[in-house]
Design a protein around this ligand. Structure first.
Ligand code: PMP
Length: 316
C-alpha cells in the first residue's frame, strides 16, 4: 500500500514538513538496523479521531528503547502528547501512526553509543491490512519454513526494526506461494506468531495463544483480546501450542494493530473448522470494533480522543 503523505512529521520536539523528515545514508540505523518503532491506529468515530491504546503503545516503545539501551529525551507523557498534537495538526483519520526512535548520524562502527538518538512520529491515512472488518471469509495462510527469532538472539519483546528482516522472510515466502500470511514456529517448533500478528487458536470453546516465551511480540491487540475474552466469559489459556493444533482447531485468528482481528480460513490448504469465521472469533471481533469505532462505551479507557475536526473522513 502506497504511503499517502501528510503535512507534518513530529521530529524531536517540532513539527516539520513531511518532505523534511530525512536522515543521512550513513546513519547508524541504515547500516546496523538500530531502530525501534510502534504502529498505532487512530480510528474515526462520531466524536472525532480516537487513538487506540496510545499510552500502551508508547510505553512499549520506551521499553524497546530500554532493552536496547537507547536513552530518549522525552517522557511517556510528552510522547503521548506529541502524538495527539501531530494527529490534530495533520487532520487525517482514520490513520496509522508510526513513532520511530533511531540511532542517527554520528560515528561509524557497530558501537551505537556515540550516534545521536532521534525521535520521529509520522501519521498517514491507512485502511485495512489483511481481511475486511465485516467479512466472515478468513485469510489463507501457511506455516512458514522460517522460524521466529531464537531466544537470546534478537529480543522479541522489543519492537525493533531489525526484527522485521525475519518478518520479511516470512511474509515474502507466504506471498510468493499464494498465501496472505505465514505463521512462524519458534526454534523449538511450537507456534509463535505471524510476520506482524499474534495468533489465537480456538479449541473446544477455549482460546489458546502462545505465551511471551515462544518468541512473540507482546501485542497490544493480543492483550485487548485477552481482556475482551475475559469479559465475554471465554476462558483464555496462554500455553505452548503444537503446530498440528493449527490444523485441527475449531477457529483460528490473528490479532494486530494492522490486522485488527482477522479470521484465518485455512492453514497449508487445510480448512480451519467450517472455513468461515467461527462464533468465538466473531464475538471477540464484534466487541473490538464496537469499542474502536466508538459504538459502545470505552470501559477499558483504551481510546484517546483527538480534539480536531478531520478534513475529510476517509471511508475504509
Ligand atoms: N507480532 C508482530 C511481529 C508484530 O509486528 C505485531 C504488530 N505490531 C504484532 C505481533 C501485533 O502487535 P500489536 O497488537 O501491538 O500491533
Amino acid at each position: 500500500m502506497a504511503i499517502k503523505a501528510s503535512e507534518f512529521v513530529w521530529h524531536s520536539g517540532r513539527l516539520v514538513p513531511w518532505e523534511d523528515a530525512k536522515i543521512h545514508v550513513m546513519s547508524h540505523v541504515v547500516n546496523y538496523g538500530s531502530s525501534v518503532f510502534e504502529g498505532i491506529r487512530c480510528y474515526h468515530t462520531a466524536k472525532g479521531p480516537a487513538i487506540f491504546r496510545l499510552r500502551d503503545h508508547t510505553l512499549r516503545l520506551l521499553q524497546s528503547c530500554k532493552i536496547y539501551r537507547i536513552d530518549v529525551d522525552y517522557s511517556l507523557d510528552e510522547l503521548v502528547q506529541a502524538t495527539v498534537d501531530l494527529v490534530a495538526a495533520n487532520k487525517v483519520a482514520p490513520c496509522y501512526i508510526r513513532p520511530i526512535v533511531l540511532r542517527g548520524y554520528g560515528q561509524v562502527g557497530v558501537n551505537p553509543f556515540n550516534s545521536p538518538t532521534e525521535v520521529y512520529i509520522a501519521n498517514y491515512e491507512w485502511g485495512k491490512y489483511l481481511g475486511s472488518p465485516d467479512s466472515d471469509d478468513g485469510v489463507d495462510v501457511c506455516v512458514s519454513s522460517w522460524n521466529r527469532l531464537a531466544p537470546n538472539t534478537m529480543p522479541t519483546m522489543a519492537k525493533a526494526g531489525a526484527n522485521y528482516m525475519n518478518s520479511q522472510l516470512i511474509k515474502m515466502e507466504a506471498i510468493l506461494n499464494g498465501y496472505a500470511e505465514g505463521i512462524a514456529l519458534d526454534v523449538a517448533g511450537y507456534v509463535s506468531e505471524g510476520s506482524g500478528e499474534n495468533v489465537f487458536v480456538v479449541h473446544k470453546d477455549r482460546i489458546f495463544t502462545p505465551p511471551l516465551g515462544n518468541s512473540v511480540l507482546p501485542g497490544i491487540t493480543r492483550n485487548s483480546v485477552l481482556h475482551l475474552a475475559h469479559e465475554l466469559g471465554i476462558p483464555v489459556v496462554e500455553q505452548i501450542i503444537p503446530r498440528e493444533m493449527l490444523y485441527i482447531c475449531d477457529e483460528l485468528f490473528f490479532s494486530g494493530t494492522a490486522a485488527e482481528i482477522t479470521p484465518i480460513r485455512s492453514v497449508d490448504k487445510i480448512i480451519v473448522g467450517r472455513g468461515i469465521a467461527g462464533p468465538i472469533t466473531k464475538a471477540v471481533r464484534k466487541e473490538f470494533y464496537s469499542i474502536v469505532n466508538g459504538v459502545t462505551e470505552d470501559r477499558f479507557g483504551w481510546m484517546t480522543m483527538v480534539p480536531v475536526q478531520v478534513k475529510q473522513p476517509v471511508t475504509v
